[in-house]
Design a protein around this ligand. Structure first.
Ligand SMILES: [Zn+2]
Length: 249
C-alpha cells in the first residue's frame, strides 16, 4: 500500500508494507525535509515508525529496513512478551502492587464498610460483593487516596526545600497517557497509577513537575534542576518507557 495519509509542516506520512524475511510488516513512513539520515523506531505495542530525508527513494528505505531486520524483530518480540500492565495483574492474579512491591491479596466478604488493609507482607480487601468490578472500584478509590496523601507530602517537602510557593494546587488525575503535568498557572497534576511504580520513579515524576514551576520547558537548565532533585532520573525515564503499559487500563 502506498497511500499518503497525513501532512504536517515539512513532514509527510505514509502507511507502507514490507516483507521482512517472510514476515509481513506494516510501518509508518515519515518523509521529512529536516531529517538528515534514516532512522527506525519500534514503539510500545509494536508500532514501527521510519523517518527518512524527503528525497530518499523507496528502494533505499527498504534496504535500510532490511539492514535493521534483526533489531526490529528483536524489539517486536520484546513488546510481545512484555509483562502486562500492573493493574491487570492485580485484578487477575490477586496481588496488590504498591510502590513497586507486590503483596498477596486476600478477599474477605463483609457486610460492613468496604476497605483495603495493607500489612507488611499482605493485603486484605474487605468487599460486600466479590466481582472484578467491585474490586476495581474499591482499589481505584484506595490508590487515589494513597496518591493524594503520599504525593501531597512529597510535593510539600520539595516545594519547601526549593523555597517555592507552598500554596500550589495539587490534584490527582485519572490520565490515560500522562504521569504528571504542570499547568502554566503552576498547578501540579499527578496520575494515581504512579503509586504502583517504585518510589524512586514516583519521586522522579514529582521532581520533574516541580522543576517545571521554575522552567516551563525541557531545556538544559530544566534537566539540570531535575537532576539535582532526582539524580537517577535517566533510569527512571527508562523504567517508565518499559513499563508504560501501566497507563493502558
Ligand atoms: Zn516535562
Amino acid at each position: 500500500m502506498f497511500n499518503k495519509f497525513f501532512r504536517q509542516g515539512n513532514i509527510v506520512e505514509f502507511h507502507r508494507e514490507l516483507s521482512l524475511g517472510g514476515m509481513p510488516l506494516s510501518y509508518k513512513l515519515r518523509k521529512s525535509h529536516s531529517a538528515k539520515s534514516m532512522r527506525v523506531s519500534v514503539r510500545w505495542g509494536g508500532t514501527i515508525e521510519v523517518t527518512v530525508p524527503f528525497g530518499a527513494s523507496d528502494s533505499l528505505v527498504e534496504d535500510f529496513l532490511l539492514s535493521k531486520r534483526t533489531w526490529i524483530i528483536e524489539k517486536l518480540a520484546f513488546y510481545k512478551n512484555a509483562p502486562k500492565g500492573g493493574f491487570e495483574v492485580i485484578l487477575s492474579e490477586n496481588k496488590l502492587r504498591f510502590l513497586g512491591k507486590d503483596y498477596p491479596l486476600s478477599i474477605v466478604c463483609t457486610s460492613s464498610t468496604e476497605r483495603v488493609v495493607l500489612g507488611d507482607d499482605n493485603a486484605i480487601l474487605y468487599l460486600c460483593e466479590d466481582s472484578i468490578d467491585a474490586k476495581r472500584r474499591l482499589l481505584v478509590k484506595w490508590y487515589r487516596r494513597q496518591a493524594k496523601k503520599l504525593i501531597g507530602e512529597k510535593v510539600a517537602k520539595l516545594l519547601q526545600k526549593n523555597q517555592l510557593d507552598s500554596s500550589r494546587r495539587m490534584s490527582i488525575k485519572n490520565h490515560k497517557s500522562l504521569w504528571g503535568s504542570c499547568s502554566s498557572r503552576g498547578n501540579l497534576n499527578f496520575n494515581w497509577r504512579l503509586t504502583l511504580a517504585p518510589e524512586i520513579v514516583l519521586d522522579y515524576i514529582i521532581a520533574h513537575e516541580v522543576a517545571h514551576l521554575s522552567e516551563l520547558n525541557h531545556s538544559k537548565k530544566f534537566w539540570a534542576l531535575v537532576e539535582e532533585m532526582a539524580p537517577h532520573y535517566r533510569e527512571c525515564e527508562q523504567w517508565l518507557k518499559l513499563n508504560g503499559s501501566y497507563l493502558s487500563f
